[in-house]
Design a protein around this ligand. Structure first.
Ligand SMILES: NC(=O)C1=CN([C@@H]2O[C@H](COP(=O)(O)OP(=O)(O)OC[C@H]3O[C@@H](n4cnc5c(N)ncnc54)[C@H](OP(=O)(O)O)[C@@H]3O)[C@@H](O)[C@H]2O)C=CC1
Ligand SMILES: CC(C)CCC[C@@H](C)[C@H]1CC[C@H]2C3=C(CC[C@]12C)[C@@]1(C)CCC(=O)[C@@H](C)[C@@H]1CC3
Length: 332
């Protein structure tokens, strides 16, 4: 039986590099690209097939920023497959990012300079908006849409005899201080990205607590700083091109400047090859690249605990109930 691997946000950046790498290591898998744009999904499928002509690649429309689309996409996947072995929850956004030049210059002359480059802490703010579902867009896209997808696919993911895997693309930008349980969608602050990634980490821990017994395991990854559409949205592309030599230089001091999507996908590919029981649910698996361009994976303990993850999970369950009331069968 072919292993079924579903990847959200598979049409560009880290998601597409992950697909290329998975097919290079095992062209017997069935890969399903879950994307919001069918045109971009088709283009990604063609690119994958041109480098792996015998690969088995399909596409499905899933916009994780829309509950209606997630429910429709999940319905199609349920008709198509009996089991999903790997679900990569990779799609993500960072809308309207602003870099604080003042914080950057201050950071350059502080003791925290390395960690500033590794995490972007204190440098970025975003302007979020509200979706047609009435949820904060960054929260719905990066966290909640994915959560609903998992819940809808539960029958395909929970098989005790043959465990399935959830692998989230989180970030080292996830920060406890940007997240608040009383404002978990981050309606009030300006660090919706950081908050959403911290929420991702909390959710993954809670999912392990509830679902390991049913044969479902969740892990989180940080791909490092990778040049993708997301990062090109932070500063103009000519600026990134200009400072590329500086980026290689910074790599001598921090292993988190993975830079290429191929390197960024290191931990996502590594996790594919691990036995889930051997993994630490409280660790984030970081893709790292050395100054000599060698890629490797480092697990680092996350700044959270079971109690806070379960408190957040209760909030998510409440929100799910509210949202499902609006999407009873026949209403969507
Ligand atoms: N680049 C970096 O340095 C880092 C990235 N990450 C995370 O990596 C993940 C991948 O991002 P990256 O490859 O960098 O950036 P890209 O912008 O290249 O990829 C993001 C992917 O997500 C998709 N996507 C966005 N919104 C939705 C949506 N509503 N529904 C479905 N798909 C959607 C995009 O599709 P479309 O083409 O249609 O927009 C695209 O395929 C994200 O979760 C990001 O937060 C984490 C740490 C560092
Ligand atoms: C490298 C240059 C000389 C100056 C660039 C300054 C900043 C724009 C970058 C420094 C650290 C970067 C960073 C991210 C974005 C760009 C920086 C703030 C991220 C927050 C991008 C998304 C992520 O998820 C993080 C892992 C990145 C961490 C580092």
């Amino acid at each position: 039986m072919r292993k079924v691997v579903v990847v959200t946000g598979a049409n560009s950046g880290i998601g597409l590099a992950l697909c290329q790498r998975l097919l290079s290591q095992d062209d017997q898998i069935h890969l399903c690209l879950a994307c919001r744009s069918m045109q971009r999904a088709e283009a990604a499928r063609s690119a994958l097939l041109s480098s792996h002509p015998s690969a088995d690649v399909s596409i499905v429309q899933v916009d994780v920023g829309s509950i209606k689309s997630v429910l429709q996409g999940a319905r199609i996947l349920t008709q198509r497959y009996k089991q999903i072995d790997y679900l990569y929850l990779n799609a993500g956004i960072m809308p309207n990012p602003q870099v604080s030049l003042k914080a950057f210059v201050k950071g350059l002359f502080s003791r925290k300079v390395i960690s500033m480059f590794a995490t972007g802490e204190g440098l970025l703010t975003q302007k979020d908006s509200v979706t047609e579902d009435g949820l904060q867009k960054v929260f719905e896209t990066n966290v909640f849409g994915h959560y609903i997808l998992i819940k809808e696919l539960e029958p395909l993911l929970c098989h005790n005899n043959n465990p399935s895997r959830l692998i989230w693309t989180s970030s080292s930008n996830a920060r406890k201080s940007a997240f608040s349980l009383s404002d978990y969608q981050h309606r009030q602050g300006q660090e919706s990205y950081s908050s959403s990634k911290y929420a991702t980490d909390l959710l993954s821990v809670a999912l392990n607590t509830h679902y390991n017994i049913k044969g479902l395991y969740s892990s989180v990854v940080c791909p490092g700083l990778v040049m993708t559409n997301l990062t090109y949205g932070i500063l103009p592309s000519f600026f990134w091109t200009l400072i590329m030599p500086v980026m290689w230089l910074i790599r001598l001091f921090t292993n988190s400047f993975t830079i290429s999507p191929h390197n960024g996908a290191e931990a996502l590919v590594w996790l594919f090859n691990q036995k889930p029981e051997s993994l630490d649910p409280l660790a984030k698996y970081h893709s790292c690249t050395s100054g000599l361009a060698n890629s490797y994976v480092t697990p680092l303990k996350m700044d959270l605990d079971d109690t806070s993850s379960l408190s957040f999970y209760e909030k998510i369950l409440d929100l799910e109930k509210q949202v499902r009331k609006r999407f009873v069968p026949g209403n969507c």
